[in-house]
Design a protein around this ligand. Structure first.
Ligand SMILES: [Zn+2]
Ligand SMILES: [Zn+2]
Length: 135
């Protein structure tokens, strides 16, 4: 069963408009997108995740243009946040960052394993191991 997860690649294809210079790039996977909002992710109202951090958001490109944000479930898509360790921007993809009180990129988790709870490091290594090879 596939959950209604929005693939970042799909978004990248749909949104091809450039907006000012509000560009977001994930330094790990290179995902590049123009964001429309930066701030507390609670605005994103993601059904599964609650973002307590400042995140980069994009107007949900799958909505009809006249939809009012308050009338829809997911008015914004969350692109990513800032790693609290290296201060680089990383996307929310499971293979790029993890949220443990604060957001950390996976490479920082690996570098500073001793600083993170064992569960986080384990989760991080598990994600690494289950990464699908490119098709
Ligand atoms: Zn990424
Ligand atoms: Zn980092």
């Amino acid at each position: 069963m596939e959950a209604a997860e929005t693939s970042v690649e799909m978004v990248t294809e749909v949104v091809n408009r450039k907006r000012e210079n509000l560009s977001f790039t994930c330094y790990l996977c290179g995902m590049h997108e123009f964001y429309t909002h930066y701030g507390k992710g609670s605005r994103a109202r993601d059904s599964k995740l609650e973002y307590k951090e400042d995140v980069f958001m994009l107007n949900n490109p799958f909505l009809p243009a006249d939809t009012k944000p308050e009338n829809c479930l997911v008015p914004f898509l969350v692109l990513g946040g800032t790693c609290n360790e290296c201060e680089k921007t990383v996307c929310v993809d499971a293979s790029c960052s993890i949220f443990c009180h604060k957001r950390y990129c996976l490479s920082c988790v690996k570098l500073h394993e001793d600083k993170f709870p064992e569960a986080v490091v384990k989760e991080c290594l598990k994600r690494e191991a289950t990464k699908d090879p490119p098709q």
